[in-house]
Design a protein around this ligand. Structure first.
Ligand code: FPP
Length: 248
């Protein structure tokens, strides 16, 4: 833990689940006169570095927003590149992740994703399903509102076949119908790229997350930025609507 900001005094305050909106790739590329996809390529390099650092923070769950359903509004050339980046990520990086005991789950809709990529996603999830290290969720073709609607539709189906009694629906049952079923809510959400919004990410799950906005563009995001976000988190007082001043 030598490279870590954690020590015996603050360890119990660390976030267990960190979510990241990796924003700013397009602007990073534009500032350099490059096509937008060069920014995404660089963004993937940043992500690789981060995944190698993340052990130092003893995070249990990491959720990354890598493609929003709303991104289909972008030019086809860009969406095709983003599909290709997920393909490359799985083909090039999965074996290292698996070796490091990382469990990989891709959350989001499978609609409009090429079959070859769906097959890769399925095999990545199957290969790592029993891994007990970092639980890595990649939100790909994801929308928070769609996730909630999808849950509502499936709950409706369960009611119609008598599996659940509508009167008994509570938060726990509702959550079991979300893509993130079984995963605790994020403690900390980080957004790079200076914009201050949530952009349809984990709308249900972020209810009590601490929000941290980072100015730097995602391709420039490094260990120092992650240190700052986690240090900031550890100094906050989380009350969940209560009055007791207590973190975690
Ligand atoms: C937002 O930046 C970023 C995305 C839409 C894609 C994020 C993708 C990666 C970081 C790499 C791919 C990773 C995987 C796992 C496949 P933006 O394009 O909206 O930037 P801008 O706000 O500067 O235009």
């Amino acid at each position: 833990m030598s490279d870590s900001i954690l020590n015996e005094n603050n360890q119990n305050k660390k976030p267990s689940h960190v979510a990241i909106i990796m924003d700013g790739n397009g602007r990073w590329a534009k500032m350099r006169g490059l096509p937008r996809y060069e920014g995404h390529k660089q963004g993937l390099k940043t992500l690789r570095k981060l995944l190698r650092e993340v052990n130092n923070y003893e995070i249990d769950y990491l959720t990354l927003f890598s493609f929003s359903i709303d991104n289909w509004k972008r030019p086809k050339s860009e969406t095709a590149k983003l599909m290709d980046l997920l393909r490359k990520f799985i083909l090039n990086d999965l074996s290292e992740l698996h070796k490091n005991n990382v469990r990989v789950r891709i959350i989001g809709s499978r609609e409009n994703i090429p079959k070859s990529i769906i097959n890769l996603i399925d095999s990545a999830e199957a290969l790592t399903i029993n891994n007990k290290g970092l639980y890595l969720q990649i939100a790909f073709n994801y929308s928070g509102r769609d996730e909630i609607l999808n849950a509502v539709k499936n709950i409706g189906k369960s009611i119609s076949v008598g599996i659940i009694d509508p009167v008994k629906i509570n938060q726990e049952i509702f959550e079991s119908y979300l893509f993130t079923s079984g995963v605790p809510d994020p403690d900390l959400i980080i957004r790079s790229g200076s914009e201050k919004r949530i952009s349809n990410f984990l709308l249900w799950q972020l209810s009590y997350a601490e929000v941290y906005f980072e100015e730097c563009l995602w391709p420039d995001f490094d260990k120092g930025n992650l240190d700052n976000a986690i240090k900031d988190f550890m100094e906050r007082s989380r009350r969940y609507g209560n009055v007791i001043s207590e973190i975690n």
